[in-house]
Write a protein that binds this ligand. Structure first.
Ligand code: SF4
Ligand code: SF4
Length: 217
C-alpha cells in the first residue's frame, strides 16, 4: 500500500524526518510494484487457444468422474462421504460382487447421479468405494444451460456405453485432433465392459459355475 504524502513540510525536526520518510516510502513501494509489473510484461505467455489446443492436464487431475456401473454395489459409501451430498443412488434390491465374474449382481442399479452444480471435485467419494468403481476423470469441460442439466445421470450414460460425461462440442463430428483422441480413449476404456454395464441396470443373478460334468457334454 502506498503511504500518503503530507501536504506541507512540517517545521519541527521530527516532523521533517517523517515527511521525507513518507516520500521515500512512496517512491520505494511504487518501484516494488512496477518491478513486478515489468517482470510479467516480458514473461512467456501462458494463454492456451482452447479448444484448438489441448490444455495441460496433470496425471492426478480431479475432473468429472468416470464410473464403472458394472462394479457398483450401490452401498452408498461414496454418497455418505460426500461433504455436499451431491451423489444420488437408487437400486431395486441388494447388490454384491459375484466373485467369479467380478461384476455386481442382485438388484438393478436404477440411478447413479452426481449434481455438478454442487460437486467440489474433492475426490472424497472415491477412496471409500469398496469396489473401486468411482474415479476422478480427466475431463475438465462440461457446461449446461440449466441447473437441472448439471446433474449427470451416469446410469443413462451407461445405457449409451459411456462411463463419463462429454462436453457438447465433443459430441459434434468436427473437433480438434487431441479431443478426438481423448474421446477415443474414453470409448476404448468402456468398450470391453459395455455388456456388463447394461446388465448392471437390470436385476441379475450370479453367473452359473460350469460343473465338470457339464463341461464334458
Ligand atoms: S468429488 Fe467431492 S463433492 Fe464431488 S461428488 Fe465426490 S465427494 Fe462429493
Ligand atoms: S460407487 Fe462405490 S461406494 Fe459408491 S455406491 Fe457404488 S460401490 Fe458403493
Amino acid at each position: 500500500m502506498v503511504a500518503p504524502v503530507s501536504k506541507a513540510i512540517p517545521t519541527s525536526p521530527g516532523g521533517a524526518r517523517a515527511y521525507f520518510r513518507n516520500i521515500y516510502d512512496t517512491v520505494r513501494t511504487i518501484a516494488i510494484g512496477m518491478k513486478i509489473t515489468l517482470k510479467y510484461c516480458f514473461a512467456r505467455t501462458v494463454t492456451v487457444q482452447y479448444p484448438d489446443v489441448a490444455p495441460p492436464i496433470q496425471p492426478r487431475y480431479r475432473g468429472f468422474h468416470w464410473f464403472e456401473a458394472e462394479k457398483c454395489i450401490a452401498c452408498d459409501q461414496c454418497a455418505k462421504a460426500c461433504p455436499v451430498d451431491c451423489i444420488y443412488i437408487e437400486k431395486s434390491g441388494p447388490r454384491k460382487i459375484d466373485k467369479d465374474s467380478g461384476v455386481a449382481v442382485g438388484g438393478a442399479l436404477t440411478r447413479y447421479a452426481i449434481d455438478y452444480s454442487k460437486c467440489m471435485f474433492c475426490a472424497l467419494c472415491c477412496d471409500p468405494c469398496p469396489t473401486d468403481c468411482i474415479h476422478m476423470g480427466d475431463n475438465h469441460d462440461l457446461s449446461a444451460y440449466t441447473r437441472e442439466d448439471m446433474v449427470v445421470e451416469f446410469t443413462d450414460l451407461a445405457k449409451e456405453g459411456k462411463q463419463t460425461p462429454e462436453p457438447f462440442w465433443m459430441q459434434q463430428p468436427n473437433m480438434p485432433k487431441w479431443a478426438a483422441e481423448k474421446k477415443s480413449r474414453w470409448e476404448e476404456r468402456a468398450r470391453p465392459v459395455r455388456e456388463e454395464m447394461l446388465k448392471a441396470l437390470q436385476p441379475s443373478s450370479p453367473a452359473k459355475k460350469e460343473t465338470p460334468a457339464a463341461a464334458k457334454e
